[in-house]
Design a protein around this ligand. Structure first.
Ligand SMILES: Cc1cc2nc3c(=O)[nH]c(=O)nc-3n(C[C@H](O)[C@H](O)[C@H](O)COP(=O)(O)OP(=O)(O)OC[C@H]3O[C@@H](n4cnc5c(N)ncnc54)[C@H](O)[C@@H]3O)c2cc1C
Ligand code: SF4
Length: 551
């Protein structure tokens, strides 16, 4: 169970070995790996340290306040479709500001990438108008670190028929199948497809001193009060704290990185919980602030030496923003399903994972089944489009449908386009005077086509599973992202990428980046397993560099 352990207190004026910025999926791994290797680490996290005993099953409260919603009071964002437009102020980048980051309230689907994800450009050739590229690393190089995630973070599952090779089995069996999983399997079988147990970063058995899932049902968008969900707070931060080398400094909002005369990062400037400016001196910095905040920080850290932002000699910081497409098809069934209980997902399929040129567009993905609602959200959004919206008929339908609906999802690829990006909004300022984040984003036609393809497959599956009626959520252009990927891409060419294959920035030798921003391609929908495998791998190399005096 995550407890806030006694931590060392480092002074700001004495350089620590590493400052890690952000304590989310990647930052938690980085803090744990570096501190248990004996390095002194300060983790600067803008959000509060909320312990699991404070997590609540409060659907309305969670989506608004109390540290577990998306709200970021006093930090405005804006959105536009192209750079010719004035951006409209509105929230569109969804992540959680809290110790543990977005891993606290995520759904915890933990798909590995397949071998093909790393080499698709070589297999399929270029795609005009995009930055479609191979990764500078392969699945084989990352595989040992995927296994580390399974065994150190805690992933339950069973090997699927379409998985790439793995060196070790899962540390624990899959979670018990839910009604949605049974129906999904039935529909898939009828279609000749291959459903298999979902890999989830949720414990099915006691593991590393944490209890298994209690099937409470307040899972996605909620913190797990049992620490059965393998968030960074539950799985990584307690180990980092126990090392005696890691100080988690919550409510510390980093504003910029300052460099010395030789162009190395020296100070991390942040606002403490009282709004007072502080500067933590560091020998090296690892930026793990996610695919939105990491480019923002680099762009805010411009100087005479780095006029376009830190580590941005390529001009690629903030560019190639990607998320993942998500398609929803709903089925209504005869029997009560009780699917509001437990975790979201218990069965998936990857039969359409690979891109198939004969379809006429690039893209692939995976499918799963879930009940993506709690009582209030179901009453507001769960009924079919032609249902009454008020009165006794509406009430009757809410009562009847709540326990009989399954949401079959398609999760799809998104192409990297340089014109899709995060930049600093010239008109918006946050409460510290920092520029707000501006998103510029337009879907590639292939990203829409692959969603249409998956909508059709989801409909086929829902029908084959015996639903009495079916409806879908229309496929619209993207107006926001919860998967924040690609904005400081990894590559061998310093003119085309921000970090090298070891996560070191091409321009600043003691600055590393490890989070969703390093992605070269989007994968098929569940990026966090790969974010954490990359973080374990990056930490391994950073430790070796530090030990050899090569930072
Ligand atoms: C509702 C929801 C469900 C999701 N479900 C899944 C899923 O099932 N499977 C999956 O693979 N992914 C899922 N995701 C996405 C997943 O949560 C992210 O991919 C993952 O958490 C990203 O890891 P990260 O380390 O890059 O960033 P984060 O986990 O977002 O961590 C970044 C941290 O940095 C901190 N930070 C940022 N800027 C600063 C600053 N200036 N100073 C100090 N601290 C800062 C943030 O507060 C945050 O704590 C989901 C996301 C959401 C919102
Ligand atoms: S369903 Fe399980 S993992 Fe999810 S919050 Fe409840 S107890 Fe935790």
């Amino acid at each position: 169970m995550a407890m806030q352990a006694e931590q060392p207190k480092f002074t700001t004026r004495t350089p620590v070995d590493f400052v890690v910025i952000g304590s989310g999926a990647a930052g938690g791994v980085m803090a744990k790996e570096l501190s248990t290797a004996g390095f002194d680490v300060v983790v600067l996290e803008q959000g509060p340290y909320v312990t699991p005993d404070k997590f609540m099953h409060d659907e309305i409260g969670n989506s608004t306040k109390r540290g577990l919603g998306f709200t970021a009071d006093g930090d405005p964002q804006s959105f536009r479709v192209s750079e010719d437009e004035k951006a409209e102020e509105r929230r569109n980048l969804y992540y959680l500001r809290v110790v543990g980051g977005t891993s606290i309230h995520f759904t915890a689907n933990y798909w590995r990438f397949h071998e093909v994800d790393f080499i698709e450009r070589s297999l399929l050739g270029p795609i005009a108008g995009t930055g479609f590229a191979d990764w500078p690393i392969t699945y084989e190089e990352l595989e040992p670190y995927y296994t580390k995630v399974d065994w150190e973070v805690g992933v339950s599952g069973a090997v699927g028929p379409t998985d790439s090779f793995r060196s070790r089995s899962y540390p624990m069996p899959p979670l018990p199948v839910k009604s949605s999983g049974v129906l999904f399997e039935k529909g898939a079988k009828k279609m000749g497809w291959h459903a298999f147990p979902a890999p989830m970063a949720i414990l099915s058995e006691p593991f590393n001193g944490r209890p298994p899932c209690q099937h409470c049902g307040f899972c996605m968008s909620f913190g797990c009060e049992f620490s059965a969900k393998s968030s960074s707070l539950a799985a990584m931060i307690p180990v980092a704290e126990a090392s005696g080398h890691c100080e988690i400094r919550p409510e510390s909002t980093v504003a910029r990185l300052e460099t010395d005369d030789s162009g190395r990062v020296r100070d991390v400037v942040y606002f403490d919980r009282n709004g007072t400016e502080q500067a933590q001196r560091a020998k090296a910095v690892v930026l793990c602030a996610n695919g939105a905040e990491t480019p923002r920080l680099l762009l805010m850290s411009e100087s005479n030496r780095f006029p376009d932002g830190l580590a941005n000699s390529s001009g690629k910081v903030g560019k190639y923003l990607m998320g993942n497409g998500q398609v929803h098809v709903y089925g209504y069934y005869e029997h009560r399903l009780n699917d509001y209980k437990s975790v979201q997902v218990t069965r998936i399929l990857h039969d359409f994972y690979n891109s198939d040129p004969s379809r006429g567009f690039y893209g692939g993905g995976g499918m799963d089944a879930r009940f993506q609602f709690n009582p209030v959200s179901f009453a507001l959004r769960g009924l079919p489009p032609d249902a009454p919206r008020w009165g006794s008929e509406y009430k009757k339908m809410v009562g009847e449908y709540f326990n009989r609906v399954v949401d079959v999802n398609g999760h799809t690829t998104v192409l990297p386009q340089e014109s899709n990006n995060i930049s600093l909004d010239p008109n918006l300022k946050d409460k510290y005077g920092r520029p707000g984040m501006r998103t510029t984003y337009k879907d590639h036609p292939d990203d829409m086509a692959v969603q249409e393809f998956f909508r059709e497959r989801c409909e086929e599956l829902v029908e084959a599973s015996g639903a009495l009626r079916m409806w879908n959520r229309s496929i619209n252009t993207t107006t926001g992202h919860a998967h924040l990927l690609g904005t400081c891409r990894m590559g061998n060419d310093p003119g085309e990428s921000v970090i090298d294959k070891f996560h070191r920035t091409h321009d600043v030798p003691n600055l590393f980046i490890s989070d969703g921003s390093s992605f070269v391609s989007s994968g098929r929908g569940q990026p966090t397993m790969t974010i954490q495998a990359l973080a374990f791998r990056a930490a391994d190399h950073i430790i070796q560099f530090a030990k050899k005096g090569e930072i």
